[in-house]
Design a protein around this ligand. Structure first.
Ligand code: 5AD
Ligand code: SF4
Length: 435
C-alpha cells in the first residue's frame, strides 16, 4: 500500500467552515489523504475561505502568493481554494493564481473526491454550482474514530433574508435544511465517538424546517439521543424565534441557556435600512419572552456600527439598546462594503467616525461582559471539560453559559461533566474549584 498523502487545511471564518473542513478532510480521506498540521509536509493545501470580512478575497490572493515558495520546493503540491471566497471569485482565482489546481464552492464538497481524481491526473477542477443534491448526504458516514466531547453539526445552510450588508445569501445561496433523520443519525454517530455536546450550525439556524416542528422539533428529537448531554445552536435571526423554540429554552434540560441572537443596530431607521425586518421594540418584546422562559439565559449578539446613514442619534439608540438588554458576550464590527450587496452602493460614513463609535460600543460591551462574569463568582456551574490547561494540573471546559472555565484538579478527565464553584473572573475566562 502506498503511504498516505498529506492534506493541510487552513480554515478561515465561522464554525460552519470548521465543520466543512472536517467533512472535507473525511471525504479526502477516502482518496488516501490524512491531515497534517504542517503546510510544508503537505501534498495538498486547501484554503477554506470566508468572505464576511473586508477585503477577504484580496487576503486570500496574498496568502496564495506566499505559498509560491512551497510550490517551488514541491512541484507536485496541489493547491485548492474552498469556501465563500471560492464561491464569489470562481474561475477568477485560477486566472489570477494559475498555480491553483482546484476551486470548490461550499455547496459542492461532496464532489471533492472526483475533483481530486481530476487534479491527480494533472487537470484543473472548478465547481461553484448550487446543486440540488445535499452535499452532506452524499458524503460518507462520520468515521468511528474517538473524538473530543464537543462537535459542530451543520443542519441548515444559506439564507433568504438578504440583509443589505451581507454576502451570505450570495455565497451560500438560498436557505436549505437537512432532513431531521439524517441529522439525528449523525448525532448518534458523534455520540458513539465520544461527543457529549453538539452545536447545531446554520447561517440562519432557527429558520430550520427539516423537521415538522422546526428547530424546536429537531432539538426535542435530539433530546432523546442517549449519551448526548448538551445541545446548542447558532446563529439565529430574531424573526425566526418562534414560540416552540422559546419554550424549549425553558423546558428542555439539554438545551443550554445561551443564545446568540444578533440585532446589528438599535435604531429603527437603521434596522429598516439594513432590511432586518423587525423594529427595536419588537426585539425588546422578544427578549422579554425569552428571558421569561429562561431568566438566567446568557445573551450574545452581533453589532454593526457606521452603517450608511447612521447618525450619532442612531448610534446612541444602539448604545441604549445594549444598556437595556445586557449582553454576556458580543461581536461588533465597523460596517464595510461587500461588492454586490445593496448597502455597498450607498453613501459611506467616514472611517474615523466608524472607528470612534466602534470603540465606544466595545467599551460598553466589554464592561457588560466583565460585570456578568463577575456575577458568576460564588455560583456553581456545570462544566464539560474539553482539554488540559496551560499550567500543569489545570483542566479547561465550558459552563452551560459557554464561559471558558479552568480548574486545578487531578481527578477530572476530558469529557467529564462536573460541578464547579466559580472563584474568580479573568479577561475571557472564569476560574473555579471542583465541587
Ligand atoms: N460589514 C460589517 N459587518 C458585517 N457582518 C456581516 N456583513 C458585514 C459587513 N458588510 C457582521 C454581522 C454578522 C456577522 C457574522 O458579521 O454582524 O452578524
Ligand atoms: Fe446575512 Fe444573517 Fe442577514 Fe442572512 S440573516 S442576510 S446570514 S446577516
Amino acid at each position: 500500500m502506498s503511504a498516505p498523502k498529506k492534506l493541510f487545511i487552513k480554515t478561515y471564518g465561522c464554525q460552519m467552515n470548521v465543520y466543512d473542513s472536517e467533512r472535507m478532510a473525511e471525504s479526502l480521506g477516502t482518496q488516501g489523504y490524512e491531515t497534517t498540521d504542517v503546510a510544508a509536509d503537505a501534498d495538498m493545501i486547501l484554503l477554506n475561505t470566508c468572505h464576511i470580512r473586508e477585503k477577504a478575497a484580496e487576503k486570500i490572493y496574498s496568502e496564495l502568493g506566499r505559498m509560491k515558495g512551497l510550490k517551488a520546493a514541491k512541484p507536485d503540491l496541489k493547491i485548492g481554494v474552498a469556501g465563500c471566497v471560492a464561491q464569489a471569485e470562481g474561475a477568477e482565482i485560477m486566472k489570477r493564481q494559475p498555480m491553483v489546481d482546484l476551486v470548490v464552492g461550499p455547496q459542492s464538497y461532496h464532489r471533492l473526491p472526483a475533483m481530486e481524481d481530476a487534479v491527480a491526473r494533472g487537470e484543473k477542477a472548478l465547481d461553484t454550482d448550487f446543486p440540488e443534491d445535499d452535499k452532506f448526504d452524499t458524503l460518507k458516514s462520520r468515521p468511528k474514530a474517538k473524538r473530543g466531547p464537543t462537535a459542530f453539526l451543520t443542519v441548515q445552510e444559506g439564507c433568504d433574508k438578504f440583509c443589505a450588508f451581507c454576502v451570505v445569501p450570495y455565497t451560500r445561496g438560498a436557505e436549505v435544511s437537512r432532513p431531521a433523520d439524517r441529522i439525528i443519525r449523525e448525532a448518534q454517530e458523534l455520540v458513539e465517538a465520544g461527543v457529549r455536546e453538539i452545536t447545531l450550525l446554520g447561517q440562519n439556524v432557527n429558520a430550520y424546517h427539516g423537521h415538522d416542528g422546526g428547530l424546536a422539533g429537531l432539538i426535542w428529537a435530539l433530546d432523546k439521543v442517549d449519551g448526548l448531554e448538551r445541545i446548542r445552536f447558532t446563529t439565529s435571526h430574531p424573526n425566526d424565534m418562534d414560540d416552540a423554540l422559546i419554550d424549549a429554552h425553558g423546558t428542555c434540560d439539554k438545551l443550554m441557556p445561551y443564545l446568540h441572537l444578533p440585532v446589528q443596530s438599535g435604531s429603527d431607521k437603521i434596522l429598516k435600512a439594513m432590511n432586518r425586518k423587525h423594529t427595536r421594540d419588537q426585539y425588546f418584546k422578544l427578549m422579554e419572552r425569552i428571558r421569561g422562559a429562561r431568566p438566567d439565559l446568557l445573551l450574545s449578539g452581533d453589532f454593526i456600527v457606521g452603517f450608511p446613514g447612521e447618525t450619532e442619534e442612531d448610534f446612541e439608540d444602539t448604545m441604549d439598546l445594549v444598556r437595556t438588554v445586557r449582553y454576556g458576550q458580543a461581536y461588533s464590527f465597523k460596517y464595510s462594503t461587500r461588492p454586490g450587496t445593496p448597502a455597498a452602493e450607498r453613501e459611506q460614513l467616514d472611517e474615523d467616525v466608524k472607528l470612534e463609535r466602534l470603540h465606544r460600543l466595545q467599551a460598553l460591551l466589554g464592561e457588560q461582559q466583565r460585570e456578568i462574569q463577575d456575577e458568576m463568582i460564588g455560583r456553581t456551574v456545570k462544566v464539560l471539560f474539553e482539554k488540559k490547561g496551560r499550567e500543569t494540573g489545570q483542566m479547561i471546559g465550558k459552563s452551560e453559559y459557554l464561559h471558558a472555565v479552568f480548574a486545578d484538579t487531578t481527578d477530572v478527565q476530558i469529557g467529564d461533566l462536573r460541578d464547579v464553584r466559580i472563584v474568580k473572573s479573568e479577561r475571557n475566562s472564569l476560574g473555579g474549584e471542583i465541587c
